[in-house]
Design a protein around this ligand. Structure first.
Ligand code: TGC
Ligand code: FAD
Length: 390
């Protein structure tokens, strides 16, 4: 009974299996018990709460859809989405940590790695013994990762890696990094870089106003000597990292709903209790407009995410469909956070409530994994056949 009451205006629970609901509720109660009580303090002090790592692993937050033989939870895509939704209801930074570990580190190793690489890394990543990061973005190449300058040259059984990645979630404490770099022929490859390799450093990026409970930093490579056996051999070219982004963006499309739900739930409760001019503010038309539009947008976002989950499970979701859901759901979440904060008046700006934290977090979410504009251009390209990126 003390579980958070997720809005379900269109009885979407009927579309979920008993197992889906069990997985979601387990994630929900874990977030309530282990994340919500500590997350505000973690965000205020700009610290990633490492204490949550074992719990994240126990609810299947690391590699939900990675097969059990590699330590993953072996779940379907809807389950993955539901876990991300519940994590982001707690905090986008917590969901980020799970997204990166699952879709950007475990996924490429599982999809493009050798059997030896899978056995060596996946079980430890699934249990949280190893934490991973994903290095695609560079200081001069964000939306246009194909222009990257990080590169390696061959040196016998090794490669020598040089370059730098910026804005990397989990970098300051990662044990391994899946790094995208060009070879001598300008072809992009994924390389597993391990902490402790000489010339590899991971300085933290400070003074963020967003995603403060997630650690962000750089990955710097100065003549790092890496065994050739750490290259992911299964796929090369920009399509390899972009396919990982498909999986992470799918998770964000669900996750953003969690943040939106939490803001809506908080604002609705507050509006019913808070009295001005002799009655609850929920009774004023202007506040009802905000709340009614919020639940409408959440419901539409839920339908989009659910359908995308079905398509993805069937292997039919296109990258452009994923872009549409990521873009829409993050946008509605950030708008809901702004409106919800206003409903709380002055209280809305404090850490007593989660809304301002969600609002600030979503400024990162609307930028990473492809900016809002880039996703619009992906839809534009898809429907017109005209490339407006360049
Ligand atoms: P373009 O010429 O369109 O494509 C190059 C090659 O890639 C293929 N491709 C895809 N393959 C798989 N999945 C996709 N989604 C794909 N999209 C494209 C494409 O077919 C082509 O293959 P081939 O064989 O013909 O070479 O590439 P472009 O250089 O024009 O760029 C396209 C663009 C702009 C859409 C893309 O670069 C892009 O998505 N940019 C945004 C960058 C981005 O999203 N970065 C995210 C970094 S990671 C991150 O933010 C993590 S935050 C995590 C957290 O904390 O939660
Ligand atoms: P730019 O690419 O410089 O874009 C600036 C503006 O220009 C944007 O509004 C963009 O939409 C617009 N723009 C760019 N190109 C076009 C165009 N062709 N047409 C119209 N408008 C355009 N990256 C990783 O690799 N791994 C991570 O783990 C990771 N974690 C992150 C965590 C945080 C907290 C943040 C903030 C970022 C993270 N990123 C990560 C990086 C993120 O993916 C990039 O910030 C994002 O892709 C945008 O790149 P940029 O910041 O260089 O912006």
């Amino acid at each position: 009974p003390d579980l958070f009451e997720a809005p379900d205006y269109y009885q979407l629970d009927d579309l979920l299996s008993e197992e889906h609901k069990m997985i979601r509720d387990a994630a929900r109660s874990w977030v309530k018990r282990d994340v919500s009580p500590i997350i505000e303090e973690a965000a205020q002090s700009a610290t990633f709460p490492k204490s949550i790592i074992p719990g994240l692993a126990s609810i299947g937050g690391f590699g939900p859809y990675i097969p059990e033989e590699y330590g993953g939870a072996g779940l379907d895509q809807i389950s993955y989405g539901l876990i991300m939704q519940e994590l982001e209801r707690g905090d986008s930074g917590v969901r980020s940590t799970a997204s990166v570990q699952s879709s950007l580190v475990m996924y490429p190793i599982w999809k493009y790695g050798t059997e030896e690489q899978k056995k060596k890394f996946l079980p430890k990543l699934a249990s949280g013994e190893f934490m991973g990061s994903f290095g695609l973005t560079e200081p001069d190449h964000g939306s246009n990762p194909g222009g990257m300058i990080t590169r390696f040259k061959k040196d016998g059984d090794h490669i020598i890696l040089n370059g730098a990645k910026l804005w990397i979630s989990n970098s300051p404490f990662c044990d391994v990094a899946v790094v995208w770099a060009k070879d001598e022929n300008d072809r992009i490859h994924g390389v597993i870089v391990e902490r402790g390799m000489e010339g590899f450093t991971t300085p933290e990026t400070h003074n963020k106003w967003s995603l403060r409970a997630s650690a962000t930093g750089e990955l710097i490579f100065q003549d790092v000597k890496i065994p050739k056996s750490n290259i992911l051999p299964g796929r090369s070219g920009l399509g390899a990292p972009l396919s990982c982004l498909d999986s992470a963006r799918f998770g964000i499309a669900w996750g953003a709903i969690g943040a939106a739900m939490d803001c809506y739930d908080t604002a609705l409760r507050y509006a019913k209790q808070r009295k001005q001019f002799g009655k609850p503010i929920a009774g004023f038309q202007l506040q009802q407009k905000k709340l009614a539009e919020m639940i409408t947008e959440i419901t539409k976002a839920q339908l989009l995410a659910w359908r995308l989950g079905v398509l993805r499970e069937e292997g039919r979701a296109t990258s452009a469909q994923i872009s549409m859901a990521k873009r829409n759901n993050v946008e509605i979440a950030i708008n809901i956070a702004r409106e919800a904060r206003q409903i709380l008046g002055g209280m809305g700006i404090t850490g007593e409530y989660s809304i301002m934290r969600h609002s600030m977090n979503l400024e990162s979410v609307i930028t990473y994994e492809g900016t809002h504009d880039i996703h619009l251009l992906i839809t534009g390209l898809d429907i017109t056949g005209e490339n407006a990126f360049v």
